[in-house]
Design a protein around this ligand. Structure first.
Ligand code: M6R
Length: 615
């Protein structure tokens, strides 16, 4: 779960790599480093801290000229974040240098063997072991770098996206991938290497995404040759055209990516349903579902696997699939599902939800489901990601790049896609009346403008945030469709402000959490008109009697809750099944403002990374 960048060509490598690392910091940001070849030697600088810290240090430490280089931004797995454990890593001779995203599981055994052969190690990392294994193979077998990498990788167990170069052969970079993403940008007499295409989007729109167990020698003046690491067979490179642009991955005047992404939601939701939702015609067009209709319609059940926010979107989908399409659904944490020997049959449809499409646990859950014969459908944002490729069919969310570590537009666009699927299946099954189907489509089409309206409460939400920014704990309550939104609201607050928060189904409160309520406890309650309103009002009364502070998300024009709550935040009215698309907006903004007021790093919260590509 790190970011890697490389460049070889006619430009100065340093600014490209530095900028690229900044764009990839969402993948990890506890240390960073760069190695450049200056025409004679390798210049390497690395440090604990962020890419900005590296920049400050590096420009005093090394010359930054050179047309070949590699860089890394780290999320530590083996070895604490410090200067020495940061990447790139040299081999013992100092000839080879490597960057690595992933984990080499059998590194201890290899290290022991290498130590016996006289190798020494500076760091605690598995990566330094790998580069020395490559060096040992190269020397012992007298092979070229590409071959040495291939032989070494056949000896390791684990996951990797690596880039390696040799100072004695400065016209090539060797790259390989298993389990971690690796994209090669192909320009005119130049190549870019990165964990995703964002570091090179302004230079080329042509990219090749390596598949698992593939490697390539990226050599100047040559066409890229991709080989299978195991059997050396050649693979035809599939060139893809990148569809996003630079503007989409920059902050565009917002202070943080998270805020930009919250405000992008009206647009993102529209992009998600564009061409799929034809409200006037009464049609939901989704080829991924259409082409496998029988699988869905004959399924015994749908199993949804995901992690974090995507899991919360899965919980919302459980309500809508069961409520509208009458298909039984189970929602599983991918990390539990993959290890608990679940009963899966070829009559199950598994839906894997993932913004990044790279989450290791979700990928493993998919592989497990496929091995049992289940049909696996992916709901991903990142086009061409591992999950998008691994699944039998799928639907992209088309939310555009999400850079802030806290997921916002990914959540609402995932719900949009899942709602469209549920509606399509409900119609096919005859589980929904024509009029209800049309009504749902029309309401869904109106959601973007209602989100815009909900965003207008931002200033008011900021003032509420000010009141509660120093809370030590918070509770989030919701019922029905909005129970998962309560979980999501609590997760948003936890991850960016480090305030402890818990989400609960409102009625569960009396089975335990009510003991926590006193005059210091802010309780965020989703109390919209459609959706167990009276019951939630009773829950609010229970909080009030115990002096809890009530911040309620209500439907515009609400009277009853306003009388009880300390603060209310209004959202436009919609049908219950679509309400999560609106109720989540004020909760995102609340977390955002609290984190900003507490001076937290909103886009890069501590200990987290955007893509969790390790277990
Ligand atoms: O890329 P994915 O959707 O698979 O990521 C899953 C979680 O890691 C992610 O949602 C995480 O919980 C976010 N930081 C939440 O904001």
């Amino acid at each position: 779960m790190c970011g890697i960048v490389g460049y070889i060509g006619h430009r100065e490598a340093y600014p490209i790599i530095l900028k690229g690392l900044q764009r990839l910091e969402y993948r990890g940001y506890d240390s960073a480093g760069i190695a450049l070849y200056d025409g004679n030697n390798i210049k390497l600088s690395k440090t604990k801290g962020k890419v900005a810290d590296l920049k400050e240090r590096l420009e005093n430490e090394i010359t930054t000229t050179g047309n070949l280089g590699i860089g890394h931004t780290r999320w530590a797995t083996h070895g604490i974040p410090n200067d020495v454990n940061s990447h790139p890593h040299y081999s013992n001779s100092g000839d080879l240098v490597i960057i690595h995203n992933g984990i080499i599981e059998n590194y201890e055994a290899i290290k022991t063997e290498l130590i016996k052969r006289g190798y020494t190690f500076n760091s605690d990392t598995d990566t330094e072991v790998l580069i020395n294994l490559i060096e040992e193979v190269k020397k012992k077998q007298g092979v070229k770098l590409g071959k040495a990498v291939q032989i070494a990788l056949n000896e390791v167990v684990g996951a990797y996206a690596i880039a390696v170069f040799d100072k004695n052969k400065p016209n090539e970079i060797v790259v390989a991938k298993l389990g971690s993403p690796l994209a090669i940008g192909v320009g005119d007499e130049e190549f870019f290497i990165a964990s995703d295409a964002s570091p090179f989007i302004e230079f080329t729109k042509n990219a090749i995404y390596l598949e698992d167990e593939e490697m390539a020698v990226v050599r100047l003046g040559k066409k890229i040759k991709i080989r299978k690491i195991k059997d050396d067979s050649l693979v035809n490179p599939l060139m893809q055209e990148l569809k996003f642009n630079l503007e989409q991955i920059e902050k565009g005047g917002y202070e943080h990516f998270m805020l930009k992404e919250i405000y992008e939601q009206p647009h993102a939701i529209r992009d998600t349903y564009r061409g799929r939702l034809l409200a006037k015609e009464g049609i939901v067009r989704m080829s991924g579902v259409e082409n496998h209709k029988e699988k869905f319609l004959n399924a015994n059940r749908i199993i949804i696997v995901a992690c974090g926010t995507s899991w919360h979107a899965g919980l919302v989908a459980e309500y809508i699939f069961e409520d509208i399409a009458r298909i039984p659904v189970e929602v599983e944490y991918a990390s539990e599902f993959r290890y608990r020997n679940p009963v899966i049959t070829n009559k199950d449809v598994v839906i894997a939800i993932s913004q990044s499409g790279e989450t290791a646990d979700t990928l493993a859950a998919i592989k497990l489901a496929k091995s049992h014969g289940a049909f696996v459908f992916g709901v991903c944002n990142v086009v061409g990601s591992s999950i998008a490729r691994e699944t039998d069919a799928g639907a992209y969310t088309h939310a555009g790049p999400e850079i802030g570590v806290a997921s916002t537009k990914a959540f609402t666009t995932q719900i949009t896609v899942l709602t469209l699927i549920a509606l399509k299946l409900a119609k096919e099954k005859g589980a929904i009346s024509n009029s209800q189907f049309h009504y749902h489509l029309e309401e869904l089409e109106l959601i973007p403008e209602k989100v815009e309206k909900a965003l207008k409460s931002d200033e008011h939400i900021k003032s509420v945030a000010k009141t509660y920014k120093d809370a030590a704990n918070c509770l989030y309550l919701g019922r029905g469709y909005n129970f998962p939104v309560a979980l999501e609201g609590a997760l948003k607050l936890k991850e960016i402000s480090y305030i402890h928060a818990e989400g609960y189904p409102a009625a569960e409160m009396k089975h335990g959490p009510i003991a926590l309520i006193d005059e210091h406890m802010p309780v965020f309650v989703i109390a919209t008109k459609k959706g167990h309103y009276e019951k939630v009002v009773s829950n609010i009364q229970e909080i009030k009697s115990r002096k809890g502070k009530i911040i309620a998300i209500v439907t515009e024009g609400d009277v009853d809750v306003k009388k009880l709550a300390d603060h209310t935040i209004e959202i436009p009215e919609t049908i219950e099944s679509l309400s999560p698309l609106l109720t989540t907006i004020p909760l995102q903004l609340l977390s955002y403002h609290i984190a900003v007021m507490l001076n937290k790093n909103v886009d890069q919260p501590r200990n987290l990374a955007k893509s969790v590509t390790v277990e």
